[in-house]
Every structure is written in structure tokens, then in C-alpha cells.
Design a protein around this ligand. Structure first.
Ligand code: EPU
Length: 426
């Protein structure tokens, strides 16, 4: 297993202009596997997670859990299978050095608070995409009876006895909902989370917790009910496929005028994207076990809004903007989730894309022939957008800071190479 930070100087060289075709399988979802790994802290019995993606974020999360005393073992024969147990947990303070590298690390707060009545964690890191406050998480813990203080760089939550409560979330934060769920499952009494996030990752986390013995209803809606239980056992759970990775392949097929079968993509999780692709003139077939995306012909300009699920995922916004550079006319991308997620526009302009920012909207004129460039991945999804632009551009593009991509995409270069892309890691 490579340590995080390995390959920090890696670059991708991509010779663009090749049509992608064939079949690709989507890996397990980054944003589902991370809170699920943390959920294992809630029990002293063993939990097996299958389909955990081999990405840097899961490696760092495993290190954080081990630091707390949990056991985390990756099956040498089946590298996507993790066996985890919270039996040996003896620390309730997360290591700042590691939590500052990924935002999902903050959900250890909910699990530790729920099981041990205390937790400490520094403000987490993650991508630079706008303000990412923690007020919703902390207000939720306070509603459950925890006292929140700040000690040095850490938030500390203490509750000798966590009790169920009505928790109203000011914003349907994804990790906020997960954090409150992880705390509430072991609280005494009934919790109702109002204005909860409804993303598929939350539904799957709730399913996993219920298999461990929790009593959660309503996940996937904006009101989640939790009846606290005394303790939780271990379980066996499969991580859902990564809808953002699946969407990235769909866009790669459309951009290169290709024809790609995306195995394991869950069509229902991707409806906001696939319905837009259909409007633009891309051919999308939905199957029980995946999608087929093909394009021949011109694309129509359109308007998209990045909003909470089931709307278009903000994580899809930058990759989709690349396709819009190839559409006939003026397209608009409205970002409603983050206040600073257009930094990538500057990098895409280096390919010749015509795009400007007007407040929380990107205005994109097309079609524009893209030409190769030397660019820098600014975060995981902005990095994916650059890979897509490079696939469509004439000539050889070099992308630096690809460690951002490695945080969230399992073997993206290898998978694209199998579809016919010319990508080299240097
Ligand atoms: N927000 C608040 N208060 C809070 C928390 C969030 O106002 O206490 C606001 C943020 O300022 C932001 C909005 O809520 O404007 C969305 O943040 P949210 O909390 O929903 O995001 P998150 O839970 O921190 C997860 C994903 C992100 C994804 C968002 C939105 C994980 C590990 N991360 O983050 O994924 O963009 O939900 O869907 O699940 C990525 O994978 O590249 C990524 C950034």
C-alpha cells in the first residue's frame, strides 16, 4: 500500500484526440466508504467492508482509525475488502496531522462522541472550494446534549450521556448529517434530524448502521428518525459504486465522441447528469447493471445548477463544464453549493475554452476546439475536469499536482488507458 503523499510530484501526460470505447467498471464510492470506515468505530465487533476504493483518502482514513486504536486490515487477496473493529479504541482525540488532509475525517467526532461520550478533532482539511464551516455538525452535537469547546487546534465535544433530540440542520450538509447520525444511533431515546441531506451515500450508511443493530428510518428523505440503541454489533456491507466517477466516464465518452459501457453505475444516482446529457444530444442507455453512453453528432448548449441531491452534484460541475465547451451556443453553470468552486476556469481557459465567471455562474461559449496545455490540478474534481479537457484537446497536455486526483479516483489513468486514451504518468 503506498503511503499518502507518495507520488506527490506525479504528472500526467495525455495525448488528446482519441475516441474512447469499451467497458469500464466503476469503483466503490469515496464519499460512501469514508464514513462507513468510521462507523466501524461504533462497535467492538468486526465489520467487513467490500468495494472500498484504493485511493489516498481511504489510506489516510485507515491511518486515523488505527491512531485511535481501531484495527483496520486490508485483505491481501482482495484489496477492496477491509476488516475493521473498534474493539481496541483507547483514544478519542484524532491526529491533527492527518485530519487536516481530508474533510471526511471530521465524522470521527460523531462516532467517538456516540460511543465514548467524548471526542476531539481539529478542523478538517479537504479541497479549496469555498467556505466549509462546521456549525451544522457542532449544533447537532449540542442538540444531543454535548458541550462543545475549543482546545488548541481542536474542537472538543463531551456528553456524559448523549440523549436523543430534535436536530434542525440549517443546511442539509452531507457530512453534517452523517456526523449526527453516527452520534445519535447510540444516544438515549429518539432523534429526529430535520432538513437532513438525502444523498445516496447517507442512505447506504444508514443501511449499514441498521445492519449493525441501529434503528434508523427515513434516510434518503429530509427527515431522518433514529431510535437510540444500547450497543451495535459488526456487519458485512458493500460500498455503493461511485456516482461521480461513473459520471466522469460518461462525460469522457461524450467528449471524445466515443461509446462506453459503464459497469456498476447506478442509473438512479446519476439521473440529474444523464437527463442533461440526453437534452444535449448524448445517447444514454440505462441498464440494470450500468450505463452505456455514446455520442455522434453535435451537442446543444444548456443550463445546469449544482444543488443537493437529487439535483446535479456539485462534484460533477467542473467535469460537465468541459463538455459544455463543445456545445453549440452559450451554456450556464450555476453553482449553488459552494461559494468558490470556479477556480478551475482559469486552468480550462489555457486549453482555449471560452468561459467566464459571473458571480456564482460560469458562462461558457462553444463549441471551442481545445488545444493542449500545461495545467495544474487544483482539487480532486477540478483535476478530473482537466483530464477530460486533455482527452478532447489536440496535442499533448501535461497535468501537475495529480495527487489531488489520487485522493479520489482509483486508477483513473489505467481505466482510461483501457478505453483507448493515451495517458502516461511521469
Ligand atoms: N455548510 C455549512 N455549515 C456546515 C457544513 C456545511 O454551511 O456546518 C455548507 C458549506 O459551506 C457548503 C455546503 O454546506 O456551502 C455543502 O457542504 P456539505 O457539508 O454538504 O459538504 P461536505 O459534507 O463537507 C460532501 C462531500 C463533498 C461534496 C459535498 C456536497 C464527502 C467526504 N465530501 O462534503 O465531496 O462536494 O458533500 O455534495 O462526502 C468531493 O468528493 O470532491 C467533495 C468535495
Amino acid at each position: 500500500m503506498k503511503p499518502p503523499g507518495y507520488g506527490r510530484d506525479s504528472r500526467l501526460r495525455i495525448e488528446g484526440g482519441r475516441r474512447l470505447e469499451g467497458t469500464v467498471r466503476v469503483s466503490g464510492a469515496k464519499n460512501a466508504s469514508l464514513p462507513m470506515m468510521v462507523a466501524a468505530l461504533l462497535s467492538s465487533e468486526e465489520t467487513t467492508l467490500e468495494n472500498v476504493p484504493a485511493i489516498d483518502d481511504t489510506v489516510v482514513m485507515a491511518m486515523i482509525l488505527r491512531h485511535l486504536g481501531a484495527s483496520v486490515a486490508r485483505d491481501p487477496e482482495l484489496p477492496d475488502v477491509y476488516r475493521l473493529s473498534g474493539r481496541g479504541v483507547w483514544r478519542t482525540e484524532a491526529p491533527s496531522r492527518l485530519v487536516t488532509s481530508l474533510r471526511a475525517s471530521f465524522v470521527v467526532m460523531g462516532a467517538l462522541l456516540g460511543r465514548f461520550g467524548e471526542a476531539a478533532c481539529a478542523a478538517p482539511g479537504g479541497d479549496v472550494i469555498g467556505q466549509r464551516p462546521l456549525d451544522v455538525h457542532l449544533a447537532g452535537f449540542a442538540a444531543l446534549g454535548a458541550e462543545i469547546t475549543r482546545e488548541g487546534d481542536k474542537f472538543v465535544a463531551r456528553a456524559p450521556s448523549l440523549r436523543g433530540a430534535r436536530v434542525f440542520m440549517d443546511y442539509p450538509s452531507v457530512l453534517g448529517t452523517e456526523n449526527i447520525l453516527l452520534a445519535a444511533v447510540l444516544a438515549r431515546g429518539h432523534t429526529r434530524i430535520v432538513n437532513a441531506a438525502a444523498e445516496p451515500e447517507i442512505v447506504s450508511l444508514a443501511e449499514m448502521l441498521n445492519k449493525m443493530g441501529a434503528r434508523i428510518e427515513g434516510a434518503g428523505s429530509h427527515t431522518i428518525e433514529v431510535e437510540g440503541v444500547e450497543s451495535l454489533g459488526g456487519t458485512h456491507h458493500r460500498v455503493i459504486p461511485d456516482r461521480i466517477e461513473a459520471g466522469t466516464f460518461a462525460l469522457a465518452a461524450a467528449l471524445t465522441e466515443g461509446d462506453v459501457a459503464i459497469e456498476d453505475a447506478v442509473p438512479r444516482h446519476l439521473e440529474a447528469l444523464t437527463s442533461k446529457l440526453g437534452d444535449m444530444g448524448v445517447h444514454v442507455e440505462e441498464h440494470e447493471c450500468g450505463l452505456r453512453v455514446a455520442r455522434c453528432g453535435r451537442l446543444k448548449a444548456t443550463q445546469v445548477q449544482a444543488v443537493p441531491y437529487p439535483g446535479l452534484a456539485t462534484d460533477m460541475q467542473a467535469p460537465l463544464a468541459v463538455l459544455l465547451t463543445q456545445a453549440d451556443g452559450v451554456s450556464f453553470v450555476h453553482e449553488r453549493v459552494y461559494d468558490n468552486r470556479f477556480l478551475y476556469l482559469g486552468e480550462l481557459r489555457k486549453f482555449g475554452a471560452e468561459m467566464v465567471q459571473a458571480g456564482s455562474t460560469a458562462v461558457i461559449s462553444g463549441p471551442t476546439p481545445l488545444v493542449s496545455a500545461s495545467v495544474r490540478a487544483l482539487d480532486v474534481r477540478a483535476g478530473a475536469a482537466l483530464v477530460l479537457a486533455a482527452l478532447a484537446a489536440q496535442g499533448e497536455t501535461e497535468i501537475s499536482d495529480v495527487f489531488h486526483l489520487d485522493r479520489g479516483y482509483e486508477n483513473l489513468d489505467g481505466k482510461l488507458t483501457k478505453l483507448g486514451a493515451a495517458i502516461h504518468r511521469v
